[in-house]
Design a protein around this ligand. Structure first.
Ligand code: ADP
Ligand code: GN1
Ligand code: MG
Length: 363
């Protein structure tokens, strides 16, 4: 999937940036898009940009992804204190917000958030609090954004019953002959099927409002200031769509409240941390600034468990279908990722009462 040098140079040259291009190299640890760090030199002043090829296998209408981002970043810019607090699309020389190459792939460029870091593994509670605050504030800042103007860039993205249906189809088709080797994981997911509609049911009862949500709230989608480690900017805006606050909360927990990486092979290192859960809950509530309904706050543990088991079934579905969705580095990568998710689900179930007490404490 990585672009050749010639194509990269062509793409970079489309955008309205000044100075000589010093380098353009693959960057970051995302599972979806191709990300390139572009370094320029303008009379001795170096400047960085982020160039990305939108994954057209995942986003079937990439132009709609860019249109959503245009609207949301313009809305957030008015509320931001500085240019490090919001992504800005750099226009092309002919004034467009993206460039379409000869393969019909869509490329976009962003300002680089300077002197910042993002966390592939959360090392302490304070950093996680900051990530939570950033996503909570994002929710609060967008609460008056007109949700009906957004395209649904991936339909039913966090609709777990539909994800479960896709998982069952992949098990039945068993395209790569991998199902026999993962019976235990398949049973784990099937045993919990009564749970998968609980958020949709809560929405139907009026307990869970639809909001503008980020839908991919991993800690490596928040930039923190390198020195102060305070939250600066929420990135990876491709999946902004109407959704539930509890799934934004939950996706962050599944990724960040683990004591190990998402693809840790040694499951004895993978634990659900109640300390990190507590820190994130506190930070998210503070960031949201009291704008959540009590009923949705009480459903946050369900959001965490739902996102974790949903992600587990998504990784397993991709494993069964031959690894066509998530980027993988070795043949069992999606299976390894799925196993960490299922381990976390088990430990969330063991800690269920404590999770409920924690969210009640901060309500
Ligand atoms: P993906 O959808 O593949 O996860 P992201 O948009 O999250 O792509 O980008 C991948 C990584 O690139 C991020 O985790 C972050 O490290 C880095 N990155 C992306 N955008 C920026 C930016 N504007 N400034 C600094 N780093 C960025
Ligand atoms: C993908 O793009 P990235 O790496 O931030 C995926 C998320 C998954 C995540 C699992 C568009 O996120 O939904 O939760 O991997 N993004 C998309 O790590 O499918
Ligand atoms: Mg990302």
């Amino acid at each position: 999937m990585s672009a050749n040098k010639e194509l990269l140079e062509k793409c970079v040259s489309q955008f309205d940036i000044s100075g000589e291009i010093k380098s353009a190299n693959t960057y970051g640890n995302g599972h979806i898009n191709d990300t390139v760090l572009v370094l320029t030199n303008n009379g001795g002043i170096e400047k960085k940009y982020i160039l990305q090829r939108v994954n057209s296998n995942v986003f079937k209408k990439p132009e709609q992804v860019i249109l959503n981002i245009e609207k949301v970043t313009a809305f957030l810019k008015v509320r931001a204190g500085s240019e490090r607090e919001v992504l800005s699309l750099i226009p092309t020389k002919d004034g467009s917000t993206f460039f379409k190459d000869e393969n019909d792939d869509v490329w976009r460029m962003y300002n680089f958030i300077e002197n910042s870091i993002c966390l592939d593994i959360v090392e302490n509670e304070q950093d996680f609090y900051e990530c939570a605050y950033a996503f909570g504030k994002f929710q609060r800042d967008l609460r008056h954004f007109p949700a009906d103007t957004l395209y649904e860039t991936i339909p039913n993205f966090h609709n777990t019953p539909i994800r479960f249906g896709a998982f069952l189809s992949a098990v039945n088709a068993d395209k790569c002959g991998r199902a026999a080797g993962i019976k235990e994981e398949i049973n784990f997911i099937k045993e919990r099927q009564d749970f998968y509609s609980c958020l949709i049911d809560a929405e139907a009862r009026g307990e869970l409002p639809l909001r503008v949500t980020h839908n991919d709230t991993k800690s490596n989608n928040v930039m923190l200031d390198k020195t102060t480690r305070k939250a600066l900017c929420v990135i990876d805006l491709d999946t902004i769509m109407p959704g539930y606050s509890v799934t934004d909360f939950g996706d962050a927990i599944r990724f960040g409240a683990s004591t190990a990486a998402e693809d840790e092979k040694d499951l004895s290192k993978v634990h659900f941390s109640m300390e990190l859960f507590d820190a994130y809950t506190k930070g998210y509530m503070a960031g949201c600034g009291g704008k959540l309904k009590p009923t949705e706050i009480m459903l946050m543990p369900e959001g965490a468990k739902m996102m974790t088991i949903e992600c587990g079934m998504r990784f397993l579905t991709d494993y069964l279908e031959g690894d066509t969705y998530f980027k993988t580095s070795y043949p069992e990568h999606n299976l390894i990722r799925a196993r960490t998710q299922l381990k976390l689900v088990e430990e969330m179930e063991e800690n269920w009462d404590k999770m409920k007490e924690t969210v009640a404490k901060y309500r």
